[in-house]
Design a protein around this ligand. Structure first.
Ligand code: HXC
Length: 260
């Protein structure tokens, strides 16, 4: 299916999703947001696809934020009546139960930073820049930035970034725990796709449950999280892939997964 603002390619079991508005630094217009929800839902529903990579087109930006030119004319009533961003913030993370990686190739600002933080993890180009500059526009993060950034880098850095609008470069983002790794700019996509292939080659139910387990850590107490982890582990022990994985280890051969 062709989209207006998003490119989608499959490479084996990996889906590559590219926000494609390079002239507007991949600003997240409502069309981009609607299309991304559709693309992620289609990825999740396609049993041949096991990991996705989201990146931005061009050399400069992952996404420079929500589309300011679209928002400038909107009234509070428009924002409230449409519950602006509600669909987006809940759907993208909840609809997508399978793993996906944000490959941040440049500016990830405002909604762009918030979008990257919805990913299971972020790989950053050495030219990546993260920020929540909404305060300079008279507003504040609206797609989870104040919450996810604070959980990722702690109160001091998150507060400073939200109050001053300053950007964090890739090194600082890695030090702060916002990104899992920094990759040289021209190798970012290749590295992200290779990382996604590694994940795609894992037993799929185990991949989904590993993702779910880690995400539970942000939603619950330690005791409840550990209990959920144990229960999920026990469920996985009932799968064909557990039998196959452990047998393959003993027989010194690669596992052959059925996803059951
Ligand atoms: C619409 C944008 C845009 C955005 C850039 N552009 N960011 N259009 N929305 N968020 C457009 C510019 O208008 C310009 O188009 C083109 O992209 C290139 O941008 P330049 O500014 O000329 O590039 P440069 O000088 O290199 O500066 C790059 C930049 C700057 C530092 C990233 O563009 C910038 O500050 N952008 C805004 C970042 C921001 O404030 N993001 C948060 C948005 S609010 P034209 O046609 O004019 O040449 C947000 C809110 C979320 O995300 C939740 C709210 C509820």
């Amino acid at each position: 299916m062709a989209y207006e603002t998003v490119l989608v390619e499959t490479r084996g079991a990996v889906t590559l999703i590219t926000i494609n508005r390079p002239k507007a630094l991949n600003a997240l217009s409502s069309v981009v947001l609607t299309e991304l929800i559709e693309v992620f839902a289609a990825y999740d529903a396609d049993s041949s696809q096991r990991c996705a990579v989201l990146t931005g087109s061009g050399d400069k930006a992952f996404a420079a934020g929500a589309d300011i030119k679209e928002m400038v004319e909107k009234s509070p009533a428009d924002f409230y009546a449409g519950d602006f961003f509600a669909d987006w913030t809940s759907k993208i993370t909840r609809v997508t139960r399978k793993p996906w990686i944000a490959a941040v190739n440049g500016f990830a600002l405002g909604g762009g930073c918030e979008l990257a933080m919805m990913a299971d993890f972020i790989l950053a180009s050495d030219r990546a820049k993260f920020g929540q500059p909404e305060i300079k526009l008279g507003v504040a993060p609206g797609m989870g930035g104040s919450q996810r950034l604070t959980r990722a880098v702690g109160k001091a850095k998150a507060m400073e970034m939200c109050l001053t609008g300053r950007m964090m470069d890739a090194e600082e983002a890695e030090r702060g725990g916002l990104v899992s790794r920094i990759v040289p700019h021209d190798q970012l996509l290749e590295d992200a796709l290779k990382t996604a292939e590694t994940i795609a080659a894992m037993p799929p139910l185990a991949a989904m449950m590993n993702k779910e387990m880690v995400n539970v850590a942000f939603e619950t107490t330690l005791d409840t999280g550990i209990l959920m982890e144990r229960r999920m582990f026990q469920v996985l022990c009932g799968t064909e892939d557990k039998t196959e994985g452990m047998t393959a280890f003993v027989e010194k051969r690669p596992g052959n997964w059925t996803g059951r």
